[in-house]
Ligand binder design. Structure first.
Ligand code: SAM
Length: 252
């Protein structure tokens, strides 16, 4: 599975973006002191930690089906964490004031069921919110990766980049019967010391891109790297990469 990696590997690869995204996404979802909140697909706990900062760890729950949950438990002691998928959340109806899923909906086996579960565990009037990357060119790290991979192997796995856009998020939320649905963008950026630092994070094997890369023979890995380097403008020294996420929220 794509997320059977250490918390440290995940954080170097994607957590560096999650960290920038988390406060903006929690603001977008209106998370504030006094609420009980659940982080669905909490992974290594980057958003969970931000939620605990706002409402206290004893008011935060999290669910994730991957071993990354162990890193979350270390990061946010006192949170109510369960090894579970969004499609079958282990909490009773109306347990939370808000349910959030950061960079998760496009990984769900059944997004409709996952969002329905998020709505079920959220009390009436509470918020259900999610965000996913914009793969139409504004998530440079992964967009450039899949362009490079496909330049060498047309049809290389691209499920990660084709699944969701703002229209589909909007439709998913309305289809789940949520009200006051709104979609907005959140733009973040992260800095790399050099191109090697970026490339090394793919070799950690995290997520579909990392998994794809490490499944390739060494000469193909080198060719993808050269293609990526060229498409990234052959950066020398440190540089920043932007990433735009679509965020959606609705009320139960
Ligand atoms: C890109 S990571 C995001 C982790 C974390 N939310 C963050 O922002 O850093 C995607 C996460 O979704 C989890 N995931 C995959 N399928 C899931 C499902 N059906 N239900 C809940 N989480 C799922 C993975 O295990 C992984 O931790």
């Amino acid at each position: 599975m794509s997320f059977d990696v250490s918390g440290n590997a995940y954080d170097r690869f994607m957590g560096r973006y999650s960290r920038e995204l988390a406060p903006a996404f929690a603001d977008f979802a209106g998370v504030e002191a006094g609420q009980r909140v659940v982080d669905v697909g909490c992974g290594s706990g980057v958003l969970t930690e931000e939620l605990a900062r706002r409402v206290g760890a004893d008011h935060v729950a999290g669910a994730d089906p991957s071993p990354l949950l162990e890193a979350c438990a270390e990061r946010v002691p006192g949170a109510d964490l369960k090894r579970a998928a969004a499609e079958d959340l282990p909490w009773p109806d109306d347990s939370f004031g808000a349910a959030l899923a950061q960079l998760v909906v496009h990984f769900m086996d059944d997004p409709e069921a996952g969002v329905a579960e998020m709505a079920r565990v959220t009390r009436p009037g509470g918020v259900v919110a999610a965000c996913t990357w914009d793969f139409s060119g504004r998530m440079k790290l992964l967009g450039t990766f899949w362009e490079s991979a496909r330049a060498l192997e047309p049809g290389a796995a691209e499920s990660e980049t084709s699944a969701f856009d703002e229209a589909r998020l909007d439709a998913l939320w309305r289809g789940a019967g949520l009200g006051d649905v709104e979609v907005d963008e959140i733009v973040v950026s992260t800095r790399y010391e050099d191109f090697d630092e970026l490339w090394d994070t793919f070799l950690l094997g995290a997520g579909p891109a990392g998994q794809y890369l490490i499944s390739q023979p060494p000469d193909r890995q080198s060719a993808i790297r050269a293609e990526y380097f060229s498409r990234a403008g052959e950066p020398t020294g440190s540089f920043e990469l932007d990433a735009r996420a679509w965020a959606v929220r609705g009320r139960v």
